[in-house]
Design a protein around this ligand. Sequence first.
Ligand code: ATP
Ligand code: MG
Length: 415
Amino acid sequence: MSNNILPVKGTHDIFGLDMEKYNFIVDKFNMISAKFNFQSIQTPIIEHQELFSRSVGEDTDIVSKEMYSFVDKGDTTICLRPEATSSLARFAASNYQSGQMKFSTHGPMFRRERPQKGRYRQFHQINIENIGEKSSYIDFEIILIASTILKEIGLEADQYTLLINSLGSPEDQINYSKILSGYLNQYKKNLSETSLTRLEKNPLRILDSKDESDKEILLNAPKINDYLSKESQNFFNDIKLMLTDNNILFKEDEKLVRGLDYYTHTAFEFQTNEEKRQNAILAGGRYDKLINMISSRDIPGIGWAAGIERLSDLLSDQKNYTQIPKKILYAVQEESYLSNSSILKQIYRADIRHEIKVNKNIKKLFTYADKNKFNFILLIGEEEFKSQSIILKNLDDKSQKLYKQNEIILVNEIR
Ligand code: ATP
Ligand code: MG
């Protein structure tokens, strides 16, 4: 006897209700993104590590601490993707011609974080990106789609909050970086070690620090919003107007800077209002610098990603998430009773979730149907076999009827 092999730390199997919710979320996501003319794409799970060190940024946690990377046969350094945006930006950098490239994708992402509820080392995201053009409408639309999906999967408006901020243009960020450095330089003694190194290389990163002493210093730091150019302010105002026009509630949050290096202008995050340790359910923003960081081209883009596990965790356990409706158990006492296949054919033809079960003990067949939440049991026992009849019992309202095997029309009976 040997020990069971468990899943790798921070990974989990998705099964049963969790899998039903997962598929339900992905189906809604595909439907809604297709309606807005986004095209489905799948990119590889392994990428060159350089893609992320150049896009997400060397001194982010994701790249500096959390990457699963390995040297492939002494040749190139390859990693498991920690996010999808960089891969889509890579694709766009090579394939973009004109207009908008609108992508939707979903799948596993990998980050070597400390595992906790809602925080895994392999987790799954749904993700959309609109690459190629810059307009405030596009930013509004990408947030509208996010909000529509949250509604359509069944979340109530009071379950979450939309936070938005503007990080300004690349020029705004350069100006503001200097101002922020000036402020933080006065508090060098109290800054965390990571923030001290960032102060030299990339002071904006410090805004995202989770260190308590850093956070306190940041409370009174100058805010990026106060240093936006007129143009950046107008761009942001247009988006807010459209959100308001379309009844999408939001809160401005000047502390929202997002964890990645490549964001410019609009940044947003949907957070759950429920008491959860991990409250970020969907996050994104505009990244006009990103494609130029990984290629010679300069193409603007915006997108978001949502954690499927975190969304799933907010969905009620009481609803039915499968599309095929009634579950029917076709139960017979003897294998040979199944030889009248006209009933089987009806079952196969109809859109009914079904299972076939043979057991000499009728009581066991009923117990099985109850335990597995079947809505109907279709039964041929010894007596029914002799009289060429069949019982259909509705297990929800307990009503039961006897039919001739060659007369029953299943789809009429189980609506
Ligand atoms: P957090 O602040 O929770 O670490 P993040 O800013 O790192 O989130 P993003 O990189 O913006 O997250 O990813 C988008 C979404 O993916 C998050 O809003 C969250 O729902 C989900 N997500 C991110 N990391 C994890 C993880 N380790 N496990 C599960 N879901 C995750
Ligand atoms: Mg994170």
